[in-house]
Design a protein around this ligand. Structure first.
Ligand code: 5GP
Length: 120
């Protein structure tokens, strides 16, 4: 979905600062500006600013998988995979989506409760 520019597009282009913690060819990850847990990182696609989960097409399956795998890789590297973590993707208003460039929240660093951080 070309042309869907958001604040995350500006972060990808380094037009505004972000605390970037992970990057590969297709995924960028940076700390959330309003963390809901001791670790709160957003994983976003760099080249496909799809607005919502509801806009995903079958051809996007690999892209979504890469977001999930990047988060799992990051959790292992940072040493909190064994204690556990939560991933969340919010879709539209009832889930509280505020940035319309799909993103996966990774929350960790403390017991999160059911549903606490970003489970809304
Ligand atoms: P959503 O509510 O759409 O699922 O998540 C969007 C997230 O982006 C929110 O948790 C919000 O704090 C974060 N966010 C919004 N603007 C910025 C920004 O400019 N920088 C960073 N690092 N995070 C942002």
């Amino acid at each position: 979905m070309a042309g869907n520019d958001t604040i995350f597009g500006k972060i990808i282009r380094r037009e505004i600062p972000a605390d970037i913690v992970y990057e590969n060819d297709e995924v960028l990850a940076f700390r959330d500006i309003a963390p809901q847990a001791p670790v709160h990182v957003l994983f976003i696609p760099k080249h496909d600013p799809i607005a919502t989960l509801d806009d995903l097409q079958p051809g996007d399956a690999a892209l979504v998988g890469k977001l999930v795998l990047a988060a799992a890789d990051y959790a292992r590297r940072e040493g909190f995979a064994e204690n556990g973590y939560r991933v969340v993707m919010n879709c539209r208003d009832d889930a509280g989506q505020t940035v319309f460039h799909i993103h996966l929240h990774l929350l960790a660093g403390a017991p999160l409760g059911h549903f606490g951080a970003l489970g809304r």
